[in-house]
Design a protein around this ligand. Structure first.
Ligand code: HEM
Length: 394
């Protein structure tokens, strides 16, 4: 890939693993739309049209991954692993927490948090954009939405790290002792909070979950814990990544950064382009419920299918010059938030949150520059820097 089209690794002291992965996916796509990977016994779906087909045909491509891998109790109450009609009912429970009105109300709170964080950074010549900013806003927001103390974010970070740093294949993630320990702790933590809320409900999401009914039954503590755990993780790891990836991409493409400075109204489009270019969740997983033909391949029933959002978003059959980071790209039908019934529940919240974060950041530090020393997550199921050193002025 040409250098100017691969934002990341300024200083290039280490090879950019995301660019390497994108290169590998492009080679795969040139060969076939759908590939069987012998080593993991999974079907890798690489082209946009085929990925969309997988995501939008929930009866053929099931999200119940426990059909092929043991998920144990992690599965219970977890929206991400349900199919319709159970999925519709579970999703309706949390939809009310994400209405446009609630999201807009949260906006005011997110602006205050952003301002406080930026005030705390004033006078600092250099800082780690992740630890000192990009992580903190989303994690405080989702913690407050759920109704758990934002100060517990040290714990949340530890749990998220356990998942982001596992190098296990997706089918083996739950064999990783670190991940399991984090999940156990998380379940206990939310179980305890759910018990308190059931007895003494507030107006937070956790309280709503303790009062909600699914198929006539109240959710039990384990279901609530899994539900809350999904929201906590889905709600902050992704948004953190996009805030940081946007800074990285704009830094690597100064002409785009200049266009954005000249026309601030381009910010929402710049965020969409970041989510296209660096979708934080690079893959979605499904299991075939029947023998099916996809992209010219015959996939038998009961197979694990990896739908590559990252590859689809860079498919040259769908996007002109896909390796170019272009904040004026229009239309931009990226699938970084997925498609179909599992389309990201938090998309509106994420868009607003990322916008508040980036506008605040560049408003305060117009000369923000990325320094050498960028580190990406070890496991590229999650695309985004985990360390992003920046300096605030020239
Ligand atoms: C830019 C930030 C975000 C991105 C790119 C993103 C991406 C995604 C993707 C790709 C999926 C679907 C995976 C699949 O099809 O299997 C998803 C689902 C989900 N997301 Fe997000 N997400 C983001 C932010 C958020 C936030 C802020 C929240 C909550 C506050 C959230 C909550 C959820 C939930 C609950 C689901 C499961 C929905 C379902 O299965 O019906 N996400 N997200």
């Amino acid at each position: 890939m040409a250098e100017e089209t691969t934002p990341g690794a300024p200083g290039a002291e280490s090879p950019d693993p995301v660019a390497a992965l994108m290169g590998k996916l492009a080679m795969g796509r040139a060969f076939k739309s759908v590939l069987f990977d012998d080593s993991t016994r999974t079907w890798q779906v690489l082209r946009y049209d085929e990925v969309v087909e997988v995501l939008t045909d929930a009866s053929t491509y099931s999200a119940q991954l426990d059909r092929v891998m043991p998920l144990g109790t992690v599965n219970r109450g977890n929206l991400g692993f349900m199919d319709p009609p159970e999925h519709n009912r579970a999703r309706a429970l949390v939809n009310q927490a994400f209405t446009p009105r609630t999201v807009n109300e949260l906006g005011t709170r997110m602006e205050t948090i952003t301002k406080e964080l930026l005030d705390g950074l004033s006078g600092r010549a250099e800082f780690d954009l992740i630890a000192d900013f990009a992580y903190t806003l989303p994690v405080i927001t989702i913690a407050e939405l759920l109704g758990v103390p934002p100060e517990d974010r040290v714990l949340f970070h530890k749990w998220a790290q356990a998942r982001a740093s596992t190098t296990s294949a997706v089918t083996d993630v739950l064999k990783d002792e670190n991940v399991m320990a984090a999940l156990r702790e998380q379940t206990e933590y939310f179980g305890e909070h759910a018990r308190t809320r059931r007895a003494n409900p507030g107006d937070d999401l956790l309280s709503q979950l303790t009062q909600a009914e699914l198929d006539g039954d109240r959710l039990d503590e384990e279901e609530i814990a899994n539900f809350a755990g999904l929201l906590l993780m889905a709600g902050h790891v992704t948004a953190t990544s996009v805030i940081a990836s946007a800074v990285l991409a704009l830094d690597a493409n100064p002409e785009q950064a200049a266009a954005l400075r000249a026309e601030p109204a381009l910010m929402p489009a710049a965020i969409e382009e970041t989510i296209r270019y660096y979708p934080p969740l690079s893959q979605a997983f499904r299991v075939t419920t029947r023998d099916v033909e996809l992209g010219g391949e015959k996939i038998p029933e009961g197979q694990l299918v990896v739908a590559w959002l990252l590859s689809a978003n860079h498919d040259e059959r769908r996007f002109t010059d896909p390796q170019r980071f272009d904040i004026r790209r229009d239309p931009n039908p990226h699938i970084g938030f997925s498609r179909g019934v599992h389309f990201c529940l938090g998309a509106a919240l994420a868009r607003l949150e990322i916008r508040i974060a980036l506008e605040g950041l560049y408003g305060r530090f117009p000369g923000l520059k990325v320094l050498p020393g960028v580190e990406w997550h070890d496991n590229l199921r999650l695309i985004g820097p985990r360390v992003l050193p920046v300096r605030t002025g020239p």
